[in-house]
Design a protein around this ligand. Sequence first.
Ligand code: CTP
Length: 406
Amino acid sequence: MDLQGRHILLALGGGIACYKAAELCRLLVKEGASVQVVMTEGAQAFITPLTMQALSGRPVVTSLWDTAQPNAMAHINLSREADAILIAPASADTLARLAQGRADDLLSLLCLARQRDRVPLLIAPAMNREMWLHPATQRNLAQVAADGAVLLGVGNGPQACGETGDGRMLEPADLRDDLVAQLQPKRLVGQSVLVTAGPTFEPIDPVRGLTNRSSGKMGFAIARAAAEAGADVTLVAGPVHLPTPRGVRRIDVQSAQQMHDAVLAGLPQRGVFIACAAVADWRPAQVAGQKIKKAEGAAPPSLSFVENPDILAAVAALAQSQSGALYCVGFAAESQDLLANAQAKRVRKAVPLLAANIGPDTFGRDDNALLLVDEHGTLSLPQGRKIDLARQLVAEIARRITREHA
Ligand code: CTP
């Protein structure tokens, strides 16, 4: 669980989006967090503290003058025990109060009392689009960001008031992911990372093609982990049914040739390239313009193949010519002799680091095990969730590029 052992202060300002905060609280608890809810008077006009108490398993604190606190200092206690403070929804009034550093209600006061170097403050605004666009709100947003808060942005779409535009609170699952990301170590700040993921699809005719069983989950997990670590991430994805990780730029492709072209067009000058895609080695030499039809008594069609470009080898060659400003990581999907195949493949592809796995054991699953191979030896990352392996891989990459650039 991504928030195991974390204590989150979830603060609700007034707004109809409070109904989504109930679901958010549930998601945080499900992820292992202990959640302390604080509600303003405005928030209590929309949903009751009882709802939030039932979902968080703790009494909600609503008042600055809470005598239930032995030392009568709710603002100090609450802000000291938290690993992060998330205001969702943050109303226009809440933002104005934060921007001014007000101390006359519990939410504003505990934010003022927060230890800024230790406890991140995340803000999920929610309001009508005109209120959102108003210069006063935009000024307040700029001020709270300058004071060190993390603004999580707003969604666009139909609003409870009947108008359509910017100002909807982000969805609970997105806010949970943003919070999880905020709490990850920032190992790749300032780095550009390009990841390939998923299978490729090589057409035979307009309705048929060749592909493989890669689900894309490992590559998507790596893109997410790199973004969580603070990198600027581009994900070049073959045909998969997966949501784009938060904060990641995604380019969808079908064939190996398209993936090759997209990678070379989007490759950063400096940074990291991670080739996780299960690229088809060959494609049909001819693609029929029309569907190939069965004919009575006729022999089945025979296919001949041509080799696809090797994307990783092409990028590795480019990286070598740029004297190491681009760090290349390959993957190896094997079905046997993992270590020997991985070591041979790393040398053949001329990459500093290769992550090997047993393909048939991992395709489509949420967990995996990796064997990392570099010039010094091997490191086994035992069976675990793909996102956890991805975070470990990111840590290993970060360690190596910091060493190389030191
Ligand atoms: N790869 C690539 N372009 C290709 C083939 C593979 O970029 N045309 C990359 C994969 O993304 C992976 C690595 O090369 O990072 C190894 O892929 P894999 O399929 O395991 O190896 P192959 O080179 O195809 O060798 P073989 O199929 O013989 O094991």
